[in-house]
Design a protein around this ligand. Structure first.
Ligand code: NAD
Length: 352
């Protein structure tokens, strides 16, 4: 067995249907008396429900979260937290809402209680992202890691089928890159493989029956595992490409992860054989890249950058941005490699 280092991240996870009922006790455990509840504008109803459950432990609601955490929104949310004298942030929603909670915690060290409603996995990571002047910057800081996470699959029953699928592939992408990270260890590999298995099995169930609690629970469990391994491993080429495309062209996050993933897996295939074997075992396929693509097709996911709003003329500039500060990747990539990979993703071909 190879030598390894494994570090667990602190954090309490409460998982299962109706666990939102435990919110008052969980807030009490954190010692919080004035929680600021965050949501996107579309999910104000959920924020209000949470505020009602918190009663006089709720200081207010900020329902202004948007994708990729623009610095202006982060400033506004921080000011609101200060104005209200908040001593805790309850972030209820997907990665955008939890990302906004992280932007507040980064400056104030307020504890975050996260209630994820997508499969993005941000709640399990100390990674934050902020977008300024069209550039998304990410960093790691223990202050932004949520102290408590409540995973209640009931809250995902209304996640639209299209978002459920792309969010699931976003989660799978975390596990894929954890499997070929430059800090491999057997625990992370086990969690990543089981995360992919749970999502590859749960997503078709959710597609058949979006309000089925079993399929939803399986996907949310997979999302937890995939988020956890993202939190403890490094990211590679796939995440770099998606950060550039999302931050600089404002492409939708989960859709971008979905479209790009099979092409990065095909590119890295020969350089990461052990990772590929685990992905194949988890998905019950003989080729990780085409297996991912085929599941995307089966679930009616977007297949090309073209259909999610990318302009072909911009691929060259995207490749340059990727090369400016490249991430580790098991197979070193030249600028030409990246242009070719982006072109494949633009056209949405099935990787061989
Ligand atoms: P999102 O949070 O923007 O949510 C997408 C849409 O779905 C929003 O309109 C939201 O209101 C809606 N929605 C969310 N949950 C719903 C539900 N249960 N029912 C109905 N509608 C619901 O999207 P996302 O993909 O979850 O997150 C993307 C963001 O998260 C990106 O900015 C990305 O960079 C970030 N992210 C960060 C990390 C990290 O570790 N820092 C990890 C993954 C993603």
């Amino acid at each position: 067995m190879d030598a390894f280092v494994f570090e667990t991240l602190p954090g309490r996870v409460v998982f299962g249907p109706n666990t939102l009922d435990q919110l008052p006790q969980e807030i009490e455990k954190l010692g919080a008396k004035r929680a600021l509840v965050l949501s996107t504008p579309q999910r104000q109803g959920l924020a209000q429900d949470i505020a009602n459950r918190l009663g006089d432990r709720c200081a207010g609601i900020f329902a202004g979260a948007v994708m990729h955490v623009p610095v202006e929104v982060a400033h506004a949310a921080r000011e609101e937290a200060e104005r209200l004298g908040a001593d805790c942030v309850v972030a209820a929603g997907g990665g955008s809402t939890i990302g906004l909670g992280k932007a507040i915690a980064l400056h104030s060290s307020l504890p975050i209680l996260a209630i994820p409603t997508t499969y993005a996995g941000s709640e399990m990571t100390p990674i934050y992202g902020l977008t300024e002047n069209g550039l998304k910057k990410t960093g790691r800081d223990q202050r932004v890691l949520p102290k408590t996470v409540i995973y209640d699959p009931n809250l995902t029953l209304d996640l639209p089928p299209g978002i459920s699928v792309t969010s699931g592939f976003n989660a799978i992408a975390h596990a894929v890159e954890a499997l070929y990270s430059n800090q491999p260890n057997p625990i992370t590999a086990m969690m990543a493989e089981d995360g992919i298995r749970a999502l590859a099995s749960g997503m078709p169930r959710v597609a058949r029956n979006p309000r089925g609690l079993e399929g939803r629970s399986e996907c949310l469990y997979g999302a937890w595992l995939c988020g956890s391994v993202l939190g403890t491993s490094g990211m590679a080429l796939h995440h770099k490409l998606c950060h550039v495309l999302g931050g600089s062209w404002n492409l939708p996050h989960a859709e971008t992860h979905t479209v790009v993933l099979p092409h990065v897996v095909a590119f890295n295939y020969a350089a990461a054989p052990r990772a590929m074997k685990r992905i194949e075992r988890a998905m019950g396929t003989t080729n990780a890249a085409s297996g991912i693509f085929d599941l995307m097709t089966q679930l009616n996911a977007p297949l090309s950058l073209r259909e999610i709003g990318m302009n072909h003329d911009d691929l060259d500039r995207a490749a340059s941005l990727v090369m400016e500060q490249p991430y580790y990747n098991p197979r070193p990539a030249t600028r030409e490699d990246i242009v070719r990979l982006l072109d494949d993703a633009f056209l949405g071909w099935r990787p061989a």
